[in-house]
Each structure stands twice: as C-alpha cells, then as structure tokens.
Design a protein. Structure first.
Length: 263
C-alpha cells in the first residue's frame, strides 16, 4: 500500500474479498464481522448449512456478505467451496481458515475414521483452500506488491499436547508448521501466511469444559487475564493479519490467549 494518509488506513480492507470458513457462529462469525467493518466483502462459510445468520447480521449492519455451504470433512469440500465463492464474488484476497472440529477420546480408543475426519477438516482442507487461494492470488500478482493474505487458526495445542485429543493436537501442530512452510514459499509472490492461536474461548467447542466445575476453575487459575476469551477478542489480530498493516509479517503464529502461554 503506497502512502497511506494515516496509520489507520493501513487497516482498511475496502475492495477486498475475504473468505472465512466456519463462520456460522463463534470465532469465525466474529472475524467475519470485523473484516466487514473494515470494508471487506465477506464470504461466510458453514459446514452443514450456509452461514445465513452471520451474513444477515453483517448485511443488517451495512456490510456486504454472502453465505456459502460446503462439507470440509469431504476431500472435495474445499474445491467446491472455493469455486462457489470465486463464481459469486470473482476472487479471494483474504482467506481465513477457521473451520475446525474436535474429537475427545483416549488415544488407545480413538478410531481411525475419527482421526481421519479431524485431520481432514483441521489440516488437509486448510492446505487445499490455501493452495486454491494462492493459485488465484499469484495469477494476479505483480512484483513487489502484496496480493493476498492467508490466516490459519491454530491453537494452544499447536504448542502443547493436550489430553484425550490426539487428532486435534496433531492437526493443530500441523497447522502451525504448514503456516511456516507456505509463508516461505509464497512471501516472494506477494502472499503473507500467518496463524492465530486462540487460547480458551467461550464457544460451543468448549461448552463441556466451561460446564465442568473443576476444569473451569483450573483453566481460569492458569490464565493471567482470569477470564475466558470472547469471540470479539480475536477481531484485532485477525484484522491486523488481513490488512496492509502486516505486509512485513509472515510465517508467524500469534497467540491470543489472555497470557496462558506466558504463564
């Protein structure tokens, strides 16, 4: 971006198209809302059904949003989704790989089919969508210019092993390493690839932990901020990594965890 009139202009996303997976609720919906408020047209994805509620809320607030549906647990889901968005909106300038799933079971009891589903949604579809987006971005690239942003949603379990979630931990460790690998290849082509590792956020994925009095207390005792994260707490990091403000930032994993990893 050349000669912005103010530092805040670096965060504007006017005339950008952003695809956010897993945006029917929770973190994905909050990220989509933030990018819309910065001026982007957002494609919001739902796995089982289109993210109509998120799109409607963004549109009611004066933003531009389109809802899409594709099953990312299928090996063809990523391609189906990307082609739908490309056909409807013309291109993708920002990709946020937020969709994810978790399976809780002892490692010795985890079925191969459950392992494979978690890896497909959390890691393989991230690579598939990133590859599709990068090909599209590179086709529009010019030397020395930023042409696209890819943001992957990692996890604290990108760094830690967790308990009873072997597939999830493996997939999120893979997301962190994939982020670095893609950043190395695509930075010279004008694409920044980064990741956000959320801490303990109050979403549907963590309802069981929040309801467990002992685990809830243990988690809060470990978080310096002494509270669960709220989806909107992720908005600033997502906007930064989506915007020209982060044009010299690539291959990094930003933790948004209330201080958990620093404890």
């Amino acid at each position: 971006m050349s000669n912005p009139s103010s530092a805040l202009d670096l965060f504007r996303l006017d005339n950008k198209v952003a695809l956010i997976t897993g945006a029917a609720s929770g973190l994905g919906a909050a990220i989509a809302t933030a990018l819309s408020q910065a001026g982007a047209t957002v494609a919001v994805h739902g796995n089982r059904r289109p993210a109509d509620d998120t799109a409607a809320a963004i549109t009611a607030a004066g933003g531009r949003a389109e809802a899409f549906q594709a099953d990312l647990s299928s090996t063809t889901g990523a391609e189906t989704l990307f082609h739908q968005v490309k056909q409807k909106l013309g291109r993708v300038d920002i990709l946020v790989n937020n969709a994810g799933t978790i399976h809780r079971a002892a490692a010795e009891d985890t079925l191969l089919e459950d392992w494979q589903q978690v890896l497909q949604v959390n890691l393989t579809s991230v690579f598939q969508l990133s590859q599709l987006a990068a090909r599209d971005m590179i086709s529009r690239s010019a030397p020395g210019q930023t042409v696209g942003k890819i943001i992957n949603i990692a996890s604290l379990l990108s760094f830690q092993g967790g308990i009873r979630v072997p597939a999830y931990a493996a997939s999120k460790g893979g997301v962190a390493q994939l982020t670095k690998a893609l950043a190395n290849e695509w930075a010279p082509k004008g694409i920044q690839v980064n990741a956000i590792a959320p801490g303990y956020f109050a979403t549907t994925n963590t309802e069981a932990l929040q309801a467990d009095e002992t685990r809830n207390r243990q988690i809060l005792e470990r978080i310096p901020a002494a509270r669960w994260g709220q989806p909107q707490d992720l908005a600033g990091a997502a906007l930064f990594l989506s915007s020209h403000a982060s044009d010299y930032v690539t291959g990094t994993v930003i933790t948004v965890d209330g201080g958990w990893m620093g404890r």
